[in-house]
Design a protein around this ligand. Structure first.
Ligand code: SF4
Length: 491
């Protein structure tokens, strides 16, 4: 399905929302509030594990301001964080079914948002690169990749972050000031957004306006978002730790979410005290479409072993070995800092010595105006986004892949995924050459052809390995895309 035929992630979300009437939304909001209290407040968890008789449950619901019978939600909380609920079990609990349906729809939004980032019609070079990064992350990051949207841009509106979370996965720098929405800055902002729409089309709507910055650090953030809506066509998602910092700012932001029908947004919650205050400030209905990300003590939500939190599970790489999340980066595209007027090309990876923040920075430039922004983005595309390997390019597997010889071919794998290529006479030799990493693409192809291999078949093997993100990518000196691949491109 082409991007223009597919419903956008925003339509997808609104359709799912419209499936629930007002009564169901009210009940969902109450279930959500109860689960937030349950997972965000160890005292409540402890109390319910020892006293769950009908009288105590009713008293508990009343103390939380809820009119639910908590017994009707038992499968959601009795088994703890890892208790899977079977469909048969859920059948006996209509409210649990209602809740599971809501969550399933929210989870399906991730796929819709990832698809929102496709640019095959407006910018096929970028699209092929982004698809290859997603394929690479599939074998490099495993399940973590399932939750990654790979948005096309993150735009920062401050320098650094004032919150200083000790677990910050992107190791945000100390706050050095926000970017005010002066007339000149608003003009630059809108100009950059217009260029982004030129470059990415509707995929620009998969962007966010924060990264290693806190939206609440910028008093003008809600107005910048309205500019975004006007130029890009939708409101970007927001995650903020600062919902309580200035209630007027938060109400302005939430007003725009309602008025412009944004996607689900997030408040990060750093303590049980903050959770209680949020619940006092906002009604369950007001927070139905705001996910509370619970970082409170004792919350089952794991913190990624990346950025400032890197290595806390042990030595470098140990978090990864234990299957812990090792990145929170979810952009394969451009990271733009407006006050610095900088643009970087980034893509997720495991947090490491080289890339402690859990993403690779492939190129960096500065710009002074919207056309400079466009020129920098296109220059990075040309330097870093190959659409195929040239004959002179080195042909080698990614360093993190294990190579395996097979009688009729070869396989490469990580702890998450294994790919095998078999059934052609040239494959064992080609696999060994790529594993050695000493031949160029042209040399490896010639060696296969000398042994009687079919040119088309060898090309197709190399292309498949390349598209799956299994080959090492040189970061510079890429050639222009072949004419056929560039057909329909604006570039
Ligand atoms: S996690 Fe978010 S709020 Fe906390 S320091 Fe990092 S960027 Fe700031």
């Amino acid at each position: 399905m082409s991007a223009s035929d597919r419903p956008s992630a925003f339509e997808h979300y609104r359709r799912n929302l419209a499936k629930r009437d007002q009564d169901e939304r009210r009940i969902l909001a109450q279930i959500k509030r109860f689960l937030e209290c349950f997972w965000g407040d160890p005292t409540l968890r402890e109390a319910l594990s020892t006293r769950n008789d009908p009288v105590s449950l009713e008293a508990c619901a009343r103390s939380l301001g809820l009119s639910l019978n908590l017994r009707d939600l038992a499968p959601l909380w009795e088994k703890g964080a890892r208790g899977a609920i079977s469909p048969q079990e859920a059948e006996a609990y209509p409210l649990v079914q209602l809740w599971r349906g809501w969550i399933a729809d929210l989870v399906s939004l991730r796929g819709a948002l990832r698809a929102q980032g496709r640019t095959q019609e407006v910018n096929p070079v970028f699209d092929a690169w982004r698809e290859r990064q997603i394929a690479r992350c599939e074998s490099e990051l495993g399940d973590m990749n399932q939750v990654m949207v790979h948005g096309v841009m993150a735009l920062e509106l401050s320098r650094g972050c004032s919150v200083g979370c000790p677990f910050c996965g992107v190791a945000a720098e100390r706050f050095q000031g926000h970017w005010p929405r002066t007339p000149a800055n608003a003009a630059l902002w809108r100009g950059v957004l217009r260029q982004a729409v030129e470059l990415f089309g509707p995929a620009a709507q998969s962007s966010v306006c924060y990264w290693a910055t806190e939206p609440a650090d910028n008093p003008d953030y809600p107005e910048f978002l309205m500019d975004f809506h006007e130029v890009v066509g939708e409101l970007p998602q927001t995650t903020t730790t600062g919902a309580l910092k200035d209630p007027a700012w938060t109400r302005r932001l939430m007003g725009s979410w309602q008025e412009r029908r944004s996607l689900i947004n997030r408040f990060s919650v750093l303590s049980t005290g903050v959770l209680r205050k949020l619940h006092q400030t906002f009604s369950p209905e007001e927070l139905l479409e705001v996910e509370l990300v619970l970082h409170c003590d004792g919350s089952p939500l794991p913190k990624a072993q990346a950025g400032r939190n890197r290595g806390l599970a042990g030595g470098a790489g140990e978090g990864e070995a234990q299957g812990l999340q090792s990145t929170i980066a979810c952009v394969s595209g451009f990271l733009v800092n407006m006050p610095e007027r900088s643009i970087e090309l980034i893509t997720p990876c495991h947090s490491s010595e080289q890339w402690p923040r859990g993403y690779r920075v492939l190129a960096r430039e500065n710009f002074t105006d919207p056309l400079g922004f466009r020129a920098a983005a296109l220059s990075m595309q040309e330097r870093c986004m190959a659409t195929c390997l040239r004959g002179t390019d080195a042909l080698a597997f990614r360093e993190d892949l294990s190579f395996e010889r097979l009688d009729d071919g070869f396989a490469v794998s990580t702890s998450f995924k294994r790919y095998s290529m078999t059934g052609q006479d040239y494959l064992p030799a080609l696999g060994r050459m790529i594993a050695d990493g000493r031949a160029t693409t042209g040399e490896a192809m010639s060696a296969c052809l000398e042994k009687g291999a079919d040119l088309g078949a060898v090309l197709s093997t190399i292309e498949t390995l390349f598209e799956r993100g299994l080959l090492r990518e040189p970061l510079a000196s890429w050639g222009h895309p072949p004419a056929a691949s560039a057909a329909g491109s604006k570039f």
